[in-house]
Design a protein. Structure first.
Lengths: 229, 625
């Protein structure tokens, strides 16, 4: 019914950009796309029209990314859009700590909403002693129950079933794959708290840790099997 | 090493709200550190541009963008930014013994050659002290050694910074665009020749527009009034002349501004279309100190608009001035901009529109995307008092404009008034009530099908604050009891579910009045208030009037001493500043005000205020005359 072109961008953020909140990141993308003159499709809501731009998985303050997906839709009549050249232009429009590292065209229909396609995410944690703390907390396979304040009520979460796999690089580094998105999302701040609480991680090491989201996994992850299929 | 790779830095950012306020890294922010600090370091100037309020406020300010672009345009100058940290960050720095640093490279303020403070309101004074202290700089100019930075200040309130005199090495009077590069040149000279601070200040004092407060002595009468202020240094002139850009088209207009990564108060691109004002409202300081009125060429604005749209990606463009409708071809300008903004979904925002020249066809076109409320600023409720303040808006104008607006679908009306204006009586306060009721009646008299459903009126009142270099600089400021009575009268008269009343905070208005007409005796007061915890005073939630009340006990008569009416021949603490408008003219204006006589705008007739000597802009002999 429509000939609107859909595109998936993958972006890296580090340095100062890692300290932006989700809404700031969205606004930053909107403005960079405007500066780079991308012909985006706009929502029809007349009161507050916005370009059609969707982040697969909001990223928290203080977390770097390596290839987080952003979906966008071009206005009608842009079938011949030169994506490679436009991505170059977009990268020149970003502040220095944000870059699009990869991109692909998406089929016009099917696959469902980008946010619903998020299955898991891979992270890198760096902090002195984080490896040992991780093993202490999770190697027994026991429930790791954390509580957190969600608006006015307290919510308890068991982190263990949300953690699919991990690997201790050296004592200061862990990579992990965890649930993400609308169901079974693992919050990294909660994870760090659990390492302090159950794994003996130094609180100041947790506060000074480096958190990198290496990848957001779409579609192809089967949590029942715990592996990437 | 990159600071973001340091665990300590990350821990600090995780410990505060909105950490992106402190990280820099925005588009168009300048970082020269890779090339700047080489062997020829002593030829170069490392400057910190400070704004004594939060990032969101400072980054909304056009002056910061202008000065940043101007200073970094010189390859031998590296200008960084620094803003006042919020309380959480300030506590973190204190608890961990860390200094306040610049955004671009994280350099402590103490390590700069030059620390420049852009001052826009008096309630920022304690934040200036705080930034200097947190940055590792001794507070008093007399305590600074050769290794400390030069601390300079400028901005709209530079015409009377006497209360801050002991804390500042140097003050720039007037528009900084010309004086600042000259001053930077002198700093380079100082470094090259190894001049000491005093020698540098002496050379700087010879520049027009430069005021070195330590070169002047103030004498006082026994009752605390200023007896006189005189230069006690051979290089310091008796009167400091303000600097002025004769041709606004030649002044820097940033077309690649820094784009904040977080939402700031004015999150938009800005073009200054006019500087100065021709109207002469008698309470308005900027309206006199920025004279003469000058404007930017329409073609230049159009070209800049194109660049700004391409370079910023903002959703809104603001046309900035003290009185937008005084632009000589506003309609032409707006019609030329609409084809640029419309297709890119950009709202055009025109603040400071005067309704006596309001064109509704134009307004409708501007408001296609989003309709703002209709705003009037009559300031006073009766024609008599509007004549006193020389605010040229009549009731008929307002009624006509409101009618047209309602017929065109507007249903929100915002009105600004001042309480406590000179000569104000109960009838004038009642006049506000009457005027608001008449405007509501305009709505009620329209047939339902010709207007929207529900009217919303907001009445915002502030308190008149007498300011230096205005005809009201002699006037008395009302006290709390008078204020309460006026407020009560207004609230009783405006009980209507369609009207919401908003008040300014009286205590902070009173303090602003004290500081704006203050003298050097207030420096220890500011110091004491700050030591007791005053910080970010312009924020209602942080303002602690009791600290100031206590500190003002140092002054016999307290706040009342500064609130009082001044005698015609009293020596003002700012009399050694020359902003162009002369004292005799202001006194005549004060006399005319008390008789209820108005003065025509500069467009209609030159009143010989003193600024005609500049022969520019709207003045006789200028390009707009």
């Amino acid at each position: 019914m429509t000939d609107k072109k859909r595109i998936l961008l993958f972006y890296r953020r580090e340095g100062a950009a890692a300290w932006l909140a989700h809404l700031d990141t969205m606004r930053l993308f909107e403005r960079a796309l405007s500066r780079a003159d991308w012909p985006l499709s706009w929502t029809v809501d007349a009161f507050n029209p916005r370009p059609e731009l969707v982040f697969a998985l909001p990223v928290g303050v203080g977390i770097e990314t390596r290839r987080d997906p952003v979906g966008l839709t071009l206005a009608d009549g842009n079938q011949a859009f030169d994506l490679e050249e436009a991505v170059d232009r977009l990268n020149r429009s970003f502040p220095k700590d944000i870059r699009v590292v990869d991109y692909q065209e998406e089929p016009a229909t099917g696959k469902g909403s980008l946010m619903a396609r998020v299955k898991a995410a891979r992270y890198l944690l760096e902090a002195p002693g984080v490896g040992l703390a991780f093993d202490r907390t999770f190697s027994g396979g026991e429930p790791v129950v954390m509580t957190r304040q969600q608006k006015k009520k307290k919510v308890t979460v068991d982190l263990t079933p949300r953690l699919f796999a991990w690997q201790v690089g050296d004592s200061d580094q862990v990579t992990l794959t965890a649930g993400a998105g609308s169901t079974g999302h693992l919050r990294i701040d909660l994870l760090l708290d659990s390492l302090v609480q159950f794994g003996g991680l130094d609180p100041s090491a947790a506060r000074g840790s480096r958190v990198v989201r290496l990848e957001v996994i779409l579609d192809r992850f089967d949590p029942a099997q715990g592996i990437i299929v | 090493m990159n600071r973001f790779d340091q665990p300590e830095y990350r821990a600090m950012l995780r410990g505060v709200n909105k950490p992106a306020r402190y990280t820099g890294g925005e588009l168009n922010a300048v970082d020269k550190s890779a090339s700047f600090f080489g062997s020829d370091r002593d030829r170069k100037v490392h400057a910190a541009l400070c704004f004594p309020d939060l990032y969101e406020i400072g980054m909304s300010n056009l002056a910061i963008q202008i000065l940043y672009a101007l200073l970094n345009g010189d390859q031998d100058t590296f200008c960084e930014r620094c803003f006042a940290p919020d309380f959480d960050m300030r506590d973190y720095l204190k608890e961990n013994g860390l200094p306040l640093t610049s955004l671009e490279t994280g350099t402590p303020l103490a390590d700069f050659d030059l620390v420049g403070v852009s001052l826009h309101y008096e309630l920022a004074y304690t934040s200036v002290l705080d930034m200097l202290h947190m940055g590792g700089i001794p507070l008093f100019n007399s305590e600074r050694s050769e290794k400390d930075p030069l601390v300079i200040a400028g901005g709209p309130i530079a015409c009377n910074l006497e209360p801050m005199a002991p804390f500042l090495d140097l003050i720039l009077l007037g528009e900084g665009e010309e004086a600042l590069p000259q001053l930077i040149g002198l700093v380079k000279e100082k470094k090259r020749q190894g001049l000491d601070r005093q020698a540098f200040l002496a050379s700087a004092a010879r520049l027009p527009g430069v005021y070195v407060p330590s070169f002047y002595q103030v004498d006082y009468e026994p009752d605390g009034r200023v007896e006189g202020i005189r230069s006690v240094h051979p290089d310091a002139a008796d009167k400091v002349e303000k600097r002025l850009i004769a041709d606004l088209n030649q002044a820097v207009m940033p077309n690649q501004p820094i784009i904040p990564n977080i939402e700031v108060v004015h999150d938009r691109m800005v073009m200054e279309i006019l500087r100065g004002c021709a109207r002469g409202c008698r309470f308005c300081q900027a309206g006199f100190t920025y004279r003469p009125l000058r404007e930017r060429d329409r073609g230049l604005l159009f070209e800049t608009a194109k660049q700004l749209i391409d370079n910023t990606g903002y959703e809104e463009m603001g046309l900035l001035s003290l009185s937008t409708t005084d632009y000589s071809d506003l309609e032409g300008l707006v019609r030329s901009l609409l084809p640029l903004t419309g297709p890119r979904h950009i709202n055009l925002s025109l603040p400071s529109l005067r309704l006596d020249a309001f064109d509704f066809d134009l307004a409708r076109e501007i408001a296609k995307t989003r309709r703002a409320g209709l705003t009037f600023a009559p300031e006073a409720g009766t024609q008599r008092l509007r004549d006193v303040i020389n605010k040229n808006i009549s009731e008929d104008d307002m009624i006509r404009a409101a009618r047209t607006a309602f017929l065109n679908g507007w249903d929100r009306l915002k009105l600004y008034f001042m309480l406590g204006l000179p000569t104000e009586t109960d009838e004038d306060v009642e006049g506000i009530v009457t005027l608001v009721r008449k405007l509501i009646a305009v709505w009620d008299d329209l047939p339902r099908e010709q207007r929207s459903k529900r009217l919303n009126v907001t009445v915002s009142t502030s308190y008149f604050i007498p300011k230096p270099f205005t005809p009201f600089q002699w006037a008395r400021q009302i006290n709390r009891e008078e204020m309460a009575a006026k407020q009560e009268q207004l609230a009783a008269g405006l009980r209507d579910r369609r009207v919401s009343l908003r008040w300014n905070d009286f205590s902070s208005s009173e303090l602003e009045g004290v500081l704006s007409r203050g003298d050097r005796r207030l420096a220890p007061v500011i110091l004491q208030a700050w030591q007791a915890g005053a910080y970010l005073d312009a924020w209602h939630e942080h303002f602690k009037p009791e600290l100031w009340q206590k500190a003002l006990e140092q002054i016999p008569g307290g706040a009342g001493f500064y609130r009082r009416e001044r005698s015609p021949d009293e020596h003002f603490p700012w009399d050694h500043m020359d902003v162009g408008v002369n004292r005799n003219f202001l006194r005549e204006e004060w006399d005319k005000a008390t008789r209820g006589e108005t003065t025509p705008s500069c467009y209609d007739l030159c009143s010989a205020c003193g600024c005609q000597v500049y022969m520019t802009g709207v003045c006789p002999g200028g390009s707009m005359s």
